[in-house]
Design a protein around this ligand. Structure first.
Ligand code: SAM
Length: 285
């Protein structure tokens, strides 16, 4: 009689995943996910390193590891991404929100006026998972936050995140400002992280798992930024700010577009890596 194959232990499974080429952190997070454990609690793996991994968990982590090795973002595999302290549900219908975009949120929080008789109003165009809009609402609950996207799929994700987090953000679908009803009051700030990669840019080839309409924007990557800058003045209150994320080499061009459109106090902000990745300006009073 042959004895049944012993189940692998947590420690062995982790070592196996790394031997397949996964970085240690990815291996830990994928195993925690397969085991149904909290992704923040990596210490669990050390405390339980001699526990057996069930057949189902092993199969699940093997599939997840294959997806990761093929370049799929961790966020799509685990279904979660932390952004500005919020646990967002994400999948392949939306861009995987980047930590660098938190720079845009910080900047918006600086320029939005304090609450007076009226709640300050902010618009997030191309909201994707809802990351920017939800971070603003979570930090300043008194804000009136509206978010749009061209993609119905993305709006479903953003709406589900808002509901799950109990954050009251309104959403509408359509191409940039045309998503707004004609009688929509003007905003104190318009923020956007639009697509900004040039159609022929070699970096696009590496981003095959994310929706193309979230990434590419014409021959020089500036088509959507040009549109947003040209049309924002009609939707901003006097003294309102337009804040835009863009590519690492686009700050000069975006500042020039903002100047040409009549914005004042035009400036850029650096992302976590020290690159100028956001530019904005104030609509004169
Ligand atoms: C770079 S992603 C940003 C997503 C999200 N704001 C974030 O920072 O993670 C750009 C978003 O703009 C949306 N988008 C692309 N073209 C659009 C258009 N013409 N009108 C409105 N939204 C558009 C895409 O669907 C996508 O969700």
């Amino acid at each position: 009689m042959t004895s049944p194959c012993p189940k692998p232990l947590v420690a062995h499974t982790l070592a196996d995943l790394q031997a397949q080429g996964l970085p240690r952190l990815d291996a830990q997070l994928l195993l925690l996910h397969a085991l149904g454990q909290d992704l923040h609690n990596r210490a669990w793996l050390m405390v339980h390193d001699t526990e057996e991994v069930s057949e189902a968990a092993l199969q699940s982590v093997t599939t997840a590891a294959q997806r990761r090795l093929q370049g799929e973002p961790m966020a799509y595999i685990t279904g979660h991404k932390e952004f500005f302290g919020l646990d967002l549900l994400v999948d392949a219908r939306v861009l995987d929100p980047r930590p660098d975009t938190e720079t845009l949120v910080d900047w918006a929080l600086e320029v939005l006026p304090p609450q007076n008789a009226y709640a300050p109003r902010v618009l997030d165009l191309g909201t994707g998972s809802g990351a920017i809009a939800l971070a603003l609402k979570a930090t300043r609950p008194e804000l009136t936050v509206h978010a749009t996207d061209f993609s119905i799929d993305a709006l479903e994700v953003a709406h589900a995140n808002a509901q799950r987090l109990g954050l009251n953000v309104s959403f509408s679908q359509g191409a940039w400002f045309s998503a707004l009803a004609p009688d929509t009051p003007r905003f104190h700030a318009v923020v956007s992280n639009p697509p900004y990669i040039a159609a022929e840019d070699e970096h696009l080839a590496a981003l095959t798992h994310e929706p193309l309409q979230a990434l590419a924007s014409g021959a020089d990557g500036l088509d959507d930024l040009r549109h947003l800058i040209a049309n924002a003045p009609a939707h901003l209150l006097p003294g309102g700010w337009l804040l835009l994320e863009h590519g690492y080499d686009q700050a000069l061009a975006v500042r020039a577009l903002l100047h040409d459109a009549g914005f004042e106090l035009v400036q850029s902000r650096q992302d976590l890596g020290g690159l100028e990745r956001c530019s904005g300006g104030l609509l004169q009073t």
